[in-house]
Design a protein around this ligand. Structure first.
Ligand code: UGA
Length: 435
């Protein structure tokens, strides 16, 4: 099948590459010439396990093309995926102007009917708007109005396991009111052998925001329970295990910590609150989810202050900056709020992350010290914080770390170590939801 993917952000790049790997002829389009040049040189602008190999393989097989030529891509393709960004506006609503521009572009360029698939995360009823724009087209070569078809096909991949998630999804959601579009989408996804749920367009759109908001709710719930554990002497790991054994609950996304971050959950929870509000429903539950999430960072900082007293003049080591392991992404990472507060309080911060150092430098500039490896961080610090659960940190030589620290305070925001073992080694150790 001939496929165009407009937008080479996380979703577009992974989807385009995987569709090519599934045997389609894919043209990925972006307006960013520098990015397209980088991709054509075989370099991948994001850190995502397995993606670079797959891109190289499909570019050399000529199944995958990167270009800035939008018109050419539209004319040559049967199915067009819109995967441009929908960043939050100041009040939290998604900015849909890029989506509208793409739809306008398709309407003015296409001379034959296309299947236009909305893949970016958008509010419910966006496809209606896209359809409205597409219906206002300049017509075919004889000037006859073209009837394009619009499909909603939200994406559920996670950063850090994006390729695997795309190729082995739990479910594929396709929202369409048209039989032809349903058949084409079925054929496109057939090689994945995965369950496809066909729905009406509005339901498909809503499934995306509802899913992300539910997962964020699960995280805030377990974090709230962790806070009760700390006050009652219970152990959140055991509580989560016991809850998770119930199939209806499940153990996934019950890891207590310093709260969720990343570009998706914070943005999508806020957007879902706004969508509900605009449609006359006050989604108070999600507002509380946000409040608990913010509170987790504050409680973590309070633990540090309660233990080491004044932060002014203290040196704090930070291991882990990315919003989660296996990504270099720091958007809305808890580390940003935590480090900024430490700096405001007058602390010196030295930090290391296996992949996010480049991104961290653009955020903190010269306000913190950047270390070349994880063992450079504990040297002479008053406290060591673990903010991302990278595998290499789990294997860190703790004896060596302890000898380097000025005082042995460890604050584990991801429950990576066993409290008893840490204390037996002589650390003053604090984690989340465990005494
Ligand atoms: C999330 C969803 O999981 C994907 O299904 C969705 O497609 C994606 O958003 C999106 O909308 O594009 P992602 O943001 O990559 O994926 O990351 P997650 O693995 O979901 O983690 C999000 C945050 O929650 C991280 O900060 C993580 O540390 C935190 N988290 C996760 C917890 O604090 N506890 C948990 O138990 C699980």
């Amino acid at each position: 099948m001939k496929v165009a993917v407009i937008g080479t952000g996380y979703v577009g790049l992974v989807a385009g590459t995987c569709f090519a790997d599934m045997g389609n002829d894919v043209i990925c389009v972006d307006i960013d010439e520098k990015k397209i040049k980088t991709l054509n040189e075989g370099k991948v602008p994001i850190y995502e396990p397995g993606l670079d190999k797959l891109i190289k393989k499909n570019v050399s097989a000529k199944k995958l093309i990167f270009t800035t030529n939008f018109d050419d891509a539209i004319r040559k393709s049967e199915v067009i995926f819109i995967a441009v960004g929908t960043p939050p506006k100041p009040k939290g609503d998604a900015d849909l102007s890029y989506v509208e521009n793409v739809a306008r572009g398709i309407a003015s360029v296409a001379k034959k009917p296309k299947i236009v698939v909305e893949k970016s995360t958008v509010p419910v009823q966006t496809c209606k708007r896209i359809m409205q724009v597409l219906d206002c087209n300049e017509g075919d070569d004889n000037g006859k109005c073209i009837k394009h078809l619009v499909v909603s096909n939200p994406e559920f991949l996670r950063e850090g396991s994006a390729v695997d998630d795309f190729l082995h999804p739990d479910r594929i959601v396709v929202g369409t009111d048209d039989e032809k579009a349903e058949k084409v989408m079925d054929k496109l996804y057939k090689p994945l052998n995965s369950k496809i749920l066909f729905t009406d367009i509005q339901s498909a759109e809503l499934i995306k925001h509802a899913s992300n908001s539910f997962l964020a709710t699960k995280i805030s719930f377990i974090n709230a329970v962790a806070n009760v554990c700390e006050k009652t002497g219970a152990d959140i790991e055991k509580v989560a295990e016991g809850m998770g054994l119930d199939d209806r609950i499940g153990r996934n996304f019950l890891n207590a910590g310093i709260g969720y971050g990343g570009f998706c959950f914070p943005k999508d929870v806020e957007a879902f609150i706004r969508i509900s509000d605009k449609n006359g429903y006050d989604f108070k539950l999600l507002k509380e989810v946000q409040a608990v999430n913010k509170g987790q960072r504050e409680l973590f900082l309070k633990k540090i202050e309660d233990s080491i007293w004044n932060l002014n003049g203290k040196t704090i080591g930070v291991l882990g900056l990315a919003f989660k392991p296996n990504t270099d992404d720091m958007r809305f990472a808890p580390s940003i709020d935590i480090i900024n507060t430490l700096l405001e309080e007058g602390a010196k911060v030295k930090a290391y992350d296996p992949e996010a150092m480049g991104r961290a430098k653009t955020i903190f500039k010269d306000k913190i010290e950047y270390c070349d490896d994880m063992y450079a961080v504990p040297k002479d610090v008053d406290a060591l914080l673990f903010l991302t659960e990278w595998d290499e940190f789990k294997k860190i030589d703790l004896e060596k770390v302890k000898k380097m620290m000025k005082q042995p305070f460890v604050f584990d925001g991801r429950n990576m170590f066993n409290p008893k073992d840490m204390r037996a080694m002589g650390f003053k150790y604090e984690s989340i939801g465990r005494l």
